[in-house]
Design a protein around this ligand. Structure first.
Ligand code: LAN
Length: 756
């Protein structure tokens, strides 16, 4: 299947670099004023004092002028770091846009709309949000599920409804309405969109498949249950089931003019009252149907619909549901407390917020944390896919600075970076309001919340978010270990907090306990379910979401961290670490494809996956092995003539390598900076540092560098659930810098090859 191709006239990712706008506010709060100020008068590129040291270090090499392209890899590296370091926040992190999914905005807009009196969004925010949705409309009138995908009914219905609620008129959106009607009306949108339509009151709950909250009551030993699902699916399922079982509908829906109009617009004039809502449960437009609902799931839905509607089950339903609501409430509250009301992701954030409406204190706290998800860029204001990628980006950059030798050149940046990473490690998380002394370390409480050990892990974004992830812990630990030698002075002088051994051991404990039976590592938790759960995936638009699978990315990061740790602490849990590395190695090998590549699940796609695969195998002592050589061959075979690598988003969607081969983002052969950097990192790690292939790749990176030291923002890099793109603005800086740095280190090791 080919994903629909985008027809939007706007290339969104070109507009997504806003770290300049950091107002020093907490977390990701970006004020529109800052954007305006920046656009009116962009800040001058100033040379920081550390530049002096840089010249000394460079020796004979001359300083690259800020308006002239670099001529050597070393110059390029300096300029790249100089540029990127300027955007470091005083708290040590780099802010970036984490937008991409379009469907998320509608959830926020609905929440704002149904609680209008709460002013969840300000006037300026509404203007910018509207702008964002308009900018990403495609030529056919629709919207994609994410900003770079072709139109889907999921994206279109969500964005259409969002825009109408924000005040856009029906006439303005006539082409979009036509798109919806032509593709079978809103009854053919995906089940997720249907859910939101029901909440808003523009669809009847009968069109929603049964989503019983009773699932919360299934015992742990039962082969299926919320605790066994991938945490993201679980965290969305519980509040969805809550709202479904209450048949929650916006209370003023029947008297609201816009709602009444939407009921006409989404289905055709006069159709709303005639629709067979039950039938609508199973209708879905082909463009949304990425993972069609299986026969088994249809059968389960059929049985559940009996349970849901039969009179005989009424007393049983009442009894079970009451108990399940109690359990679910405790669960939802625990999630809110654990994440400081940020919640694990943008979807449950909004659903939990809607549910908490009657509890003033809870609702207020939710409101305070909405801004964490908002981001303003040149394309408008968006609801991001997470509350940012701060820790993840910072960990990679720390390693890039270390490996390139640049960490010695920029001591102030390094100190700040260390301080951020040190402060972001998860130390403890309260579990419930009634027992503030209860922490995750309390086994019973933890298990009740289905949570893995958190203490010592690192999150993807901020410590306030608090969910540790295997690979974020791995990268965080590696980053801290890499930076420690540079910050000794700062620690001694009391400017920085010491990273004690016990904190490091806690991180190692998180990693060790996250290893799965197959030897690999999943994202947030162990793999607790079975592959057949996927047959019960009801989402249509997303693939492989039911359980937490072992991934090459998570495995590499965890294993390399263990291997770095082992060198520094050879006596701590050394047997367990040896075993983990051995098992991990086997797992990484087992995922390698025939052609030598690895599929990347969290970024686009095979270049990314293969970099992780190679890095992981080398760390497990497999450098030079047949597997690594095959990976080298794979990468070399995909290099474009101009020296770069480029991959289309279809790679992720279809799970098979798809080169772009066409003019994209200023490259006639469709190569991209970030893919090139990943391929280079893998090739150099795999022993190809002296090859012509690497030389040409490095030249390519230099050629694409902008005269400021930045690299152009190209296509969307991140991906999740196989089908949705997500923006990482740091990647275009961090990975080229790292690749250039690794190249430099490699060359310096080889004395016959002097790098000017
Ligand atoms: C992320 C972001 C980080 C990412 C990595 C750490 C990079 C990866 O290696 C493991 C998976 C993980 C943690 C990941 C999983 C899925 C997330 C949480 C996201 C892509 C960010 C947004 C996405 C989440 C599911 C989006 C919310 C939408 C729903 C459909 C629930």
């Amino acid at each position: 299947t080919a994903p629909p191709s985008p027809t939007s006239t706007h290339n969104p990712s070109l507009f997504t670099f806003t770290p300049h706008l950091n107002p020093n506010a907490s977390d990701c709060v970006y004020k529109l004023q800052k954007l305006k100020e920046y656009l009116d008068s962009p800040p001058p590129l100033t040379i920081p004092p550390s530049y002096e040291k840089l010249t000394t270090k460079l020796g004979s090499a001359t300083l690259p002028s800020l308006t002239v392209p670099c001529t050597t890899p070393l110059e390029s590296l300096f300029k790249g770091t100089l540029f990127y370091n300027m955007f470091q926040d005083s708290s040590g992190l780099w802010y970036g846009d984490y937008g991409g999914p379009l469907f998320l905005n509608c959830g926020l807009i609905i929440c704002w709309y149904i609680f209008k009196e709460e002013d969840i969004l300000g006037e300026d925010e509404i203007i910018m949000l509207k702008h964002y949705l308009k900018v990403h409309k495609q030529n056919d009138g629709g919207w994609g599920t994410h900003i770079e995908g072709g139109s889907t009914m999921f994206g279109t219905v969500m964005c259409y409804v969002g825009l109408r609620l924000l005040g856009a008129s029906r006439t303005e959106l006539e082409d979009s309405r036509k798109f919806i009607i032509d593709n079978g009306t809103a009854t053919c949108t995906s089940s997720w969109a249907k859910f939101y339509l029901c909440v808003l009151g523009v669809m009847k709950w009968e069109s929603h498949n049964s989503t019983p909250i009773e699932m919360m009551l299934l015992p742990d030993w039962f082969p299926f249950g919320p605790g066994r699902m991938w945490c993201h699916s679980r965290m969305v399922y519980v509040p969805m089931a809550w709202l479904y079982c209450k048949r929650y509908v916006y209370e003023k829906a029947d008297d609201d003019e816009i709602i009444k109009q939407l009921r006409e617009e989404l289905y055709g004039e006069g159709e709303y009252e005639k629709i067979d809502w039950k039938k609508a449960r199973t209708t879905v437009a082909p463009m949304d149907n990425y993972s069609p609902v299986t026969y088994m799931m249809s059968f389960v839905m059929y049985l559940l619909s009996f349970y849901e509607s039969m009179e005989v089950f009424k007393p049983l339903r009442k009894y079970l549901r009451e108990r399940a609501f109690k359990r679910a409430e405790a669960y939802l509250i625990a999630e809110e407390l654990q994440t400081n009301y940020i919640c694990i992701g943008p979807v449950n954030k909004i659903l939990n917020m809607i549910i908490s409406r009657d509890d003033k204190n809870r609702f207020e706290r939710h409101k305070e944390r909405i801004k964490d998800y908002l981001w303003v860029a040149e394309d408008g204001l968006k609801m991001q896919g997470y509350n940012g990628s701060q820790c993840w980006d910072a960990s990679f950059y720390a390693q890039a600075l270390h490996e390139s030798g640049m960490a010695r050149v920029y001591p102030e940046n390094v100190e700040r970076l260390y301080s951020f990473l040190e402060g972001t490690q998860i130390l403890s998380t309260p579990l419930s309001a009634n027992s503030p002394a209860m922490f995750y370390e309390d086994y019973k409480e933890r298990v009740k919340a289905f949570r893995h050990v958190s203490l010592g892990g690192w999150p993807f974004s901020t410590s306030a978010h608090g969910w540790p992830i295997s690979d974020c812990t791995g990268e965080g630990l590696k980053a801290i270990l890499a930076l420690r030698p540079y910050v000794e002075e700062g620690v001694e002088a009391g400017r920085l907090t010491k990273m004690t051994d016990s904190r490091i051991f806690n991180a190692v404990n998180v990693i060790l306990t996250l290893q799965n039976c197959d030897g690999g590592f999943a994202t947030y938790e162990n793999q607790r379910g079975f592959k057949w759960f996927e047959w019960l995936n009801p989402s249509e638009v997303f693939g492989d979401i039911m359980i937490d699978y072992s991934y090459v990315e998570c495995s590499m990061a965890s294993l390399t961290a263990l291997s770095d740790f082992k060198v520094l602490y050879p006596d701590h849990r050394s047997d367990e670490i040896e075993t983990a590395l051995r098992r991990g190695k086997g797992f990484i090998k087992s995922l390698q494809r025939r052609d030598g590549s690895w599929y990347g699940s969290w970024a686009c796609c095979f270049c990314y996956g293969t970099w992780f695969g190679v890095e992981g195998l080398v760390a497990c002592g497999e450098g030079g092995s047949e597997n690594v050589l095959r990976a080298m061959d794979f990468l070399k075979s995909k290099q474009c003539e101009n020296g770069g690598w480029g991959e289309d988003f279809r790679s992720c969607y279809n799970k098979s390598y798809s080169p772009t081969g066409a003019e994209r983002y200023g490259d006639s052969q469709g190569a991209c900076v970030i893919n090139t950097a990943w391929a280079l990192l893998a090739l150099i790690k795999g022993g190809e540092g002296d090859s012509d292939s690497v030389e040409r790749g490095i030249q390519y990176l230099m050629k694409r560098q902008l005269s400021t030291g930045d690299w152009p923002q190209e296509g969307i890099s991140g991906v999740f659930n196989r089908s949705c793109g997500i923006t990482y603005t740091s990647y275009r800086n961090v990975f080229p810098i790292w690749a250039l740095g690794r190249f430099r280190q490699w060359k310096e090791r080889d004395t016959t090859n002097t790098l000017r």
